[in-house]
Design a binder for this molecule. Structure first.
Ligand SMILES: [Fe+2]
Length: 147
């Protein structure tokens, strides 16, 4: 059972960003399942999160720059917090500490607060630039499953 259900409330409305968010949620769910079956979070998932966030944040911030988003600086700060928290998890993991529960909890919070609130706020902002497709439109076309 997924710890986070991918659903329309998580959509920002920019396909490139939504695809990357969906990938994160799927990865989190996969790792949660493995953890429930007794496998601790390993280095490869921590590395995946580092690579994913570098690429994903650059992409999101790129969208914000090109739309002159006024909250870009504050948004970048939240991204910076994610990056440094993941580095801490890596250090803890290297010291052989178990980070699984805390990391899963941290990522759930990230999805429900950062993606669902802060990123969604950017989605509403880009409405004025007419580049966003609304959640209702995406759901109506059944595209949420094909992202
Ligand atoms: Fe973001």
């Amino acid at each position: 059972m997924p710890i986070i259900e991918w659903n329309v409330n998580l959509l920002v409305g920019i396909q490139e960003i939504d695809r990357q968010h969906k990938h994160l949620v799927q990865s989190l769910n996969d790792n949660y399942d493995r953890f429930r079956e007794g496998t601790e979070i390993d280095t490869s998932f921590l590395q995946e999160l580092t690579d994913y966030s570098a690429h994903h944040f650059a992409c999101e911030e790129g969208w914000m720059e090109k739309t002159s988003y006024p909250k870009l600086a504050a948004h970048k700060e939240e991204h910076g917090l994610f990056t440094s928290r993941i580095s801490e998890f890596k250090k803890e993991h290297k010291r052989n500490a178990s980070v699984s529960v805390e990391l899963i909890w941290f990522l759930c919070n990230w999805v429900t607060h950062h993606i669902q609130e802060t990123d969604a706020e950017f989605g509403r902002f880009v409405d004025v630039h007419n580049i966003r497709r609304t959640r209702a439109e995406i759901a109506r076309r059944g595209e949420i499953d094909t992202l």
